[in-house]
Design a protein around this ligand. Sequence first.
Ligand code: FES
Ligand code: FES
Length: 156
Amino acid sequence: MRVNVTINGESRQADDVWEGESLLYVLRERLGLPGSKNACEQGECGSCTVYLDEVPVCSCLVAAGQVEGREVRTVEGLADGDKLDRVQQSFVDAGAVQCGFCTPGLVVAAHDLLNRVENPADEEIREALAGNLCRCTGYEKILDAVRLAATRGETA
Ligand code: FES
Ligand code: FES
């Protein structure tokens, strides 16, 4: 089947999509957007998190056919050209990235949190990121990154 979807503000089409294919697969393998990572493929780790109609979802759990006519925003779509979004930049500046596999999902989840809550308490940050697993950092630097991003104005 053919899937028509708006991705990061652009109309895109994916052809020859089979019915069981995930949005994550379509993004990575058909549309050249490898930012969203495939770690568990069963909704457990959050590394594949993207916005679907402005709501964060695990793209490994979304069937490609479900996104027909809808809007997806991936971690690539948060930056403004070469200029990183404040959450992306704060992950870099806080040293919150080790292997980086979890980072795209954490960035999208933190971006969503800061769109909803201007200055979240640590508990709110932990809760918002509870669905995103990191095997490397011990989470402290990730918390630092989100706190730093919160001091840097509005998300786009
Ligand atoms: S790859 Fe989707 S939740 Fe882990
Ligand atoms: S930096 Fe490696 S899983 Fe988080």
